[in-house]
Design a protein around this ligand. Sequence first.
Ligand SMILES: Cc1cc2nc3c(=O)[nH]c(=O)nc-3n(C[C@H](O)[C@H](O)[C@H](O)COP(=O)(O)OP(=O)(O)OC[C@H]3O[C@@H](n4cnc5c(N)ncnc54)[C@H](O)[C@@H]3O)c2cc1C
Length: 469
Amino acid sequence: MSDIRVVRAETVDTIADIPVVVIGGGGTGLCAALAVRDADVDVLVIERDSQTMGTTAMSTGLIPGTGSAIQRAKGIDDTAELFASDIANKAKGAVDKGLVAHLAAQSGQTIDWLADQHGLDLSLVEGFTYPGHSALRMHGMPSRSGSELMGALASACEDAGVDILTDSLVDTLYVNEAGKVIAVAATRPDGESDIIGCGALILACCGFAGNQAMVNELIPELEHATFHGHPGNKGHAIAWGRELGAALADLSAYQGHAGLAAGYGIPILWPLITEGGIQVNRQGQRFSNEAAGYSEQAVEVLRQEGHVAWSIFDEARHQIMTQFDDYQQAMSAGCLHSASNLSELAQKIGVDGEGLAASVAETHALIENEERDRFGRSFAGKSPLSAPFYAVKVTGALFHTQGGLEVDENARVLRADRSPMPNLYAGGGAARGISGPGADGYMAGNGLLTATTLGRLAGQHAASCVVTA
Ligand SMILES: Cc1cc2nc3c(=O)[nH]c(=O)nc-3n(C[C@H](O)[C@H](O)[C@H](O)COP(=O)(O)OP(=O)(O)OC[C@H]3O[C@@H](n4cnc5c(N)ncnc54)[C@H](O)[C@@H]3O)c2cc1C
């Protein structure tokens, strides 16, 4: 990554000086920018693409929030402590517990702030909880899509007077002897570069999932994974952090997904599994506890013949899934198969019929006998899979990486000695996540919790610092 650099300088000629500059126009960047404008401070978001989309626009856009007005109005029994312990338990305790407690406590305020102050049409996702969550706390836009979330954030930014410079890749940070970032250089597609001065800098340029060399080095288990994230996420925040002596952690952590429709690139979301669906290999056999989590299950799918598996479900789970935009797309694209009995389904999808019948029969027996299977999965409370049956061929995917720069409760980047850098912030995929070091620590919502809440906190703190400076 030779084009990404830090230049040491006390002064530099700039074309403009902006109090707060944000690198990256995804969910983190736009939330940070909104929080800066709330304080009536000028902010510039610099985005390499021609539109502000990022991974956030590819996502389902579900943001966890405990204690939001929306959640309280539904009478959901939840607390920040419960949410924090869910996050820590999923990551087997290998998280910055102070930061997790702080993010859980702030999560509801972020939802209220987005809904009340910035007009986002968020509602509570009901009907199922994702693995690891003890309460209904996911909030989403009406279509449950990240593109709708990004559209709403972009329109809120326009209303708030956020300046956005697109088609500009930031490649250089200018840093003085005191460790303050004084300017950035952004290069346009024609090769011309602008140097822009800043009072504070927020890194909102996500992780390194789009940088195959870094993925190979830091997450070798994903060698055969399909990348289904944003190509702009090249690890720039980590490269700058390394040069600046920032503390970095959990670089092996990531959000994987075991339900990417093979050959179609459409994510088939996990309620289909958590509500009683299963995954089988070409022999029709189950191979793991699918309900443990979609991220860790990606590696299990990648271990199967051809690095693929088939998600098997029925009409009842199909109906639950129709609320999701992605699933509607999957239906239109033709990647779902259905049949009135299992042997016909097996024939259609090229899976061993006897194996599939035995796998489904086993789940029926587990439900009836109220037993756990050999992988530790319980089907308690689920209705047995019954005709008509559905199947979709899936592979394991990498969505985004979770490791990054360590930050404090105001999203300030920390040095190796835990002291905060003078005016550098990070959030979302650029910051160390809350998922521990491996795939099994990722709990649904961890991505957008750190994007929206760390983004908001970074923007608030950066704005207050440049005002008092
Ligand atoms: C299919 C899918 C579904 C998901 N669903 C959910 C969900 O429901 N809930 C959840 O919590 N998480 C979900 N996630 C994860 C979530 O989308 C991410 O954690 C989150 O979007 C990260 O936000 P971000 O702002 O850090 O990064 P991004 O949204 O990727 O934004 C980073 C931006 O920075 C830009 N950039 C990078 N480098 C530079 C540079 N040097 N100069 C200028 N610009 C630069 C990029 O072009 C990009 O636009 C999902 C992810 C995927 C792929």
